[in-house]
Design a protein around this ligand. Structure first.
Ligand SMILES: Cc1cc2nc3c(=O)[nH]c(=O)nc-3n(C[C@H](O)[C@H](O)[C@H](O)COP(=O)(O)O)c2cc1C
Length: 140
């Protein structure tokens, strides 16, 4: 799903109603970067997709918003995962599984670190499985 919408819920519902078994939240955010000297794009094209750590809060919002309304619909969380903590945040917001993108370019060992970090987190919280913590984000 594209994150370039105010509310992803209608799109997630349409996805489910069309027969998709799950959805990935999300793709990249639209962005531009301007060379102030030339006033032209730094990207080789007018705009491009923003990924990585900067998009984590926006992606978490969309995951939380959809999971809250569609509890049984599996969400693959993708966007801004660069360590175990950001992966855990995806699960707490409601993701069933996670996907690594830009973080892999920075750190090829990221999958191993995230896997270990998830296990350490569950142990430190006294929880038996990811199911026990999924969607348990409380905002107050
Ligand atoms: C170099 C690059 C290429 C990508 N190509 C695709 C693509 O072909 N199709 C797609 O749906 N998303 C594509 N994406 C988006 C990623 O799958 C992912 O949704 C996005 O980068 C956010 O995750 P991240 O912050 O972990 O990178 C691409 C991202 C990057 C950085």
């Amino acid at each position: 799903m594209t994150p370039n919408v105010t509310d992803m819920l209608p799109y997630a519902e349409a996805s489910r109603d069309s027969g998709a078994d799950s959805i990935t939240i999300s793709n990249t955010l639209n962005g531009i970067s301007i060379d102030t000297r030339t006033r032209k794009s730094n990207l080789g094209r007018p705009s491009a997709g923003l990924s990585g750590a900067a998009i984590l809060p926006a992606v978490l919002y969309h995951i939380w918003r959809v999971h809250k309304a569609m509890k049984d619909y599996p969400i693959i969380g993708c966007g801004g995962i660069w360590d175990a903590d950001s992966a855990i945040q995806h699960i707490l917001a409601g993701a069933t599984a996670i996907q690594l993108g830009t973080g892999l370019f920075m750190n090829p060992k990221l999958p191993l670190e995230v896997q270990q970090g998830l296990q350490d987190y569950l142990a430190s919280q006294g929880e038996a499985s990811l199911d026990a913590i999924r969607g348990t984000y409380e905002y107050c």
